[in-house]
Design a protein around this ligand. Structure first.
Ligand code: BTN
Length: 313
């Protein structure tokens, strides 16, 4: 926050005269006027009158760089614009950054979704990538991502009062609309993970695209009928996920399975699964202890570990 923004914010909604600000900051009144213009361009709402001076009405909902809530070693970088936070976070991973390192961006010009899709990322959404170095076998990482999605559903329920649910493997839906998705990339040996980068996109206050990967999309603001504070949402999720991450490292997915199923869009419903092996239709029974989808098809129970699943009839 600039010195001028700090001085205006310290006045707690009262007017501060241009002369007083100029004296406090050691600048001319004309320079103060220029800086007020700059703050306005950054999204601060500042009213000004000749008689009373300036008053801060609203600070912009920008993401904050620095410490990462819940992650002792983590540092956050918040970029105004980047192609994809995944690429930025992967650079940090290769340079040896500690887990909890987070890269967020106000906008992405080449945001990426699952299955090679584009992810539209205008201002107002939450677009970030979190670096993890989990001491688990590579096969256990997908279940950890289910936990990350479930934690987002919980945060959205709490903060936005919406009926947020998880859609296997790692989407969050509200009333048939996708509001968030997670893309995971990792580097590993057969039995050891070097790093995993969790890329999370949440439509918060941005206008959502019509569809995301063929699914109707929605934003939290539109569904809740009010804008939401992005940094507060992110901090909540970071703290919640830090707790889950530690529990997961000790006991795996088993302890999360029932909770995941209780928040699932798919459980008990007929679903269409598109995997590398082909298309299958069946009834979703739930997930197993590795987070694989349990699908009942013609008397058999298939365990699905990858692919695209849609609720069907
Ligand atoms: C999905 O397809 O559902 C996953 C979407 C993941 C989007 C996020 S936004 C932040 C990070 N950077 C990217 O380029 N993609 C992920």
């Amino acid at each position: 926050m600039s010195e001028l923004a700090k001085a205006l914010s310290a006045a707690k909604g009262r007017y501060v005269s241009g002369g007083r600000l100029a004296a406090r900051l050691g600048l001319s009144r004309a320079a103060i006027h220029k800086q007020v213009e700059k703050l306005r361009r950054q999204g601060y709402a500042v009213t000004g009158t000749n008689r009373l001076g300036y008053r801060l009405e609203r600070t912009p909902d920008l993401l904050v760089a620095g410490a990462v809530a819940g992650w002792p070693q983590g540092r956050a970088a918040c970029l105004a614009v980047t192609e994809s936070t995944q690429e930025e976070a992967k650079k940090h991973a290769l340079a040896g950054a500690p887990e909890g390192t987070l890269v967020a961006a106000e906008t992405q010009t080449a945001g990426r979704g699952r299955m090679g899709r584009r992810w539209i990322s205008p201002a107002g959404g939450l677009w970030y990538s979190l670096l993890l170095r989990p001491a688990v076998a590579p096969g256990q990482v997908p279940a950890l991502v289910l936990v990350a999605a479930m934690d987002w559903a919980r945060v959205i329920r709490r903060r936005a009062g919406l009926d947020a649910r998880v859609k296997w493997p790692n989407d969050v839906w509200v009333g048939g609309r996708k509001v968030a998705g997670i893309l995971t990339e990792m580097s590993s040996e057969m039995d050891r993970v070097h790093w995993a980068v969790l890329g999370v996109g949440v439509n918060v206050n941005n206008p959502p695209p019509k569809t995301t990967g063929g699914v109707p999309a929605g934003s939290l603001a539109e569904l809740a009928g009010r804008p939401l504070a992005r940094q507060a949402l992110l901090n909540d999720w970071l703290k919640e996920f830090a707790r889950s991450y530690r529990a997961y490292a000790k006991g795996g997915f088993a302890a999360f399975r029932k909770k995941f199923e209780s928040l699932s869009v798919l459980k008990g419903r007929t679903a269409l699964c598109r995997t590398a092996e082909g298309v299958r239709r069946g009834k979703v029974l739930g997930v197993d202890e590795l987070g694989r989808l349990r699908l009942k098809t013609d008397g058999n129970i298939a365990l699905i570990s990858e692919g695209e699943v849609r609720p069907g009839r």
